[in-house]
Design a binder for this molecule. Sequence first.
Ligand code: CTP
Ligand code: MG
Length: 596
Amino acid sequence: MADEFRDDEILGKAYDSKLMKRLLKYVKPYRKYVLLAILLNIFVAALPTVRPYLIKIGIDIYIANKDYHGLLIICSILLGVLILQSVVQYYLAYYTELMGQKIIFDLRVQLFTHVQKLALKYFDKTPIGRTVTRVTNDVETLNEMFSSGIVSVFSDVFVIIWIFVFMFTMSWDLSLVTLSVVPILFYATFLFRKKVRESYRGIRKHLARLNSYMQEHITGMNVVQIFGKEKDEFKKFSEINRNYRTANIKSILYYAVFFPFVEFLSALSVALIIWYGGGEVIQSSLTIGVLFAFLQYTEMFWRPVRDLSDKYNILQSAMASSERIFKLLDDQTFVNEPQQPKTLQKITGEIEFKNVWFAYNGDDYVLKNISFKINPGQTVAIVGATGAGKTSIINILSRFYDIQKGSILIDGVDIRDVNKRELRKHIATVLQDVYLFSGTIKSNISLGNKDITEKQIIEAAKTVGADKFISSLPNGYDEEVKEKGATLSVGQKQLISFARALAYKPQILILDEATSSVDTETEILIQRAIEKLLVGRTSIVIAHRLSTVQNADKIIVMHKGEVRETGTHQELLAQKGIYYRLYQLQYKDQEIVKTA
Ligand code: CTP
Ligand code: MG
């Protein structure tokens, strides 16, 4: 468990030049925006700091000299500055957000394209939640850095610089007195940042735990309810929840101490101004206007200083996020494409396995020295106990995984010499468990393929016998498919997946028969559908139904990753080997049921 979340706890340096360099590549196309944002920032930072200075002029020159007309002019200028500031701020906010959105849009596209290219091996090993977090949360953290982080750091720094400029031009000694608390502030901020960083790490870890617990729990809600595990699960949840709360409270403590302390410091500097500056006013070595301006500048000064420590956090989590994102982008778990691909335009559908060895991990072979040949148009049934390696055979035929030894040929061409897309164009696979996407029944049959017309969709559904139940749905083919087809029965989903395969018009069909039993009527429907599917194409059927097995041209019997027997139904029965025993155990009952 702890191991699983280690990745999400990366929280290291706030600035890593290597990562930054790579991140800036994404900014490059939008450097005009960056330039514009920086320029606007310098400008917008100066505007508020002009105001106290203008007020100082108003007090010292016009109010002191009772010049009402001049005072009006100063007030108009003040108003003008305010309006200008609002307008510039509008453009600034708009363009920095726009830039951020554009950058992370590109990044999401790149990430998704990359994830789509990854081999199934990656998904076997990586929790779904983690990959999703990369494309959503982590990218969002980067957005925060691009849109509010980096650019407004400039604004904060410039505000501070401008305040310094105005303060020191008005009075050196008062500036020094006012700023005497700054070292304390910096030290407090540094300490706070360090503590918050530590507690933030804890929060993240516990949040990741909470999320993944919730996700798993909600997905498996039916199992929890069936077995009455609510109480136990609630206990587990309570503990995770409690830990998360404790982690949060810890960080709240730091905030609760830090912010009042900053308030205290800023009040202290105000007191210093009143005391030292006020004394100078009494001695007439300072004007009231300057005193007033200083009071306003100190107030203005604390906000950017506090913001800067927030920015530090943003930068730090952005660095951590980018590190995780780049790690995913650098993951090279691909099924390699050939250097000089051979074409596989029209095929007859001949399949040959030559001494194939395959392991999912290391040399833990799940398929050992498999050899067989299927002639064009033939149907081959693969049978064997669970875990024998049946599904693995079809996984490697479509190159979802690559084999370690031997070769697989289609029409005499090694499948590793063909582009994956081209290879898979010829092979339609109906998997053991049907996966439906959100959308309509129609879109689930065509999978959005524009080449498949509505007519073909309905034709395919009719052929496999799915038309009857689809037409009886309130919206027919346009019926919404909800939550992976939760409102459809297992048999209905199966029929839809058959229609999907048929509409694809493949030369080779692979069928991993579902083991789940369905009612007799659907069973007959599915049986007929399978017969229709097999006509005129090379087929490999991982069969659990006796009828499918019996009608096959050849039966391959798998046992612990090896081909043990091959032959027709009659031949294999006569051998009295594994198939014979399997038949006695498994299929004979089916026959009895059918004849009864
Ligand atoms: N396996 C694995 N990694 C995967 C899938 C399978 O290590 N991603 C292993 C399984 O643990 C099993 C072996 O590979 O020991 C063969 O699995 P499979 O080909 O899926 O078995 P089937 O014969 O298809 O079993 P079933 O009838 O239950 O579908
Ligand atoms: Mg299987």
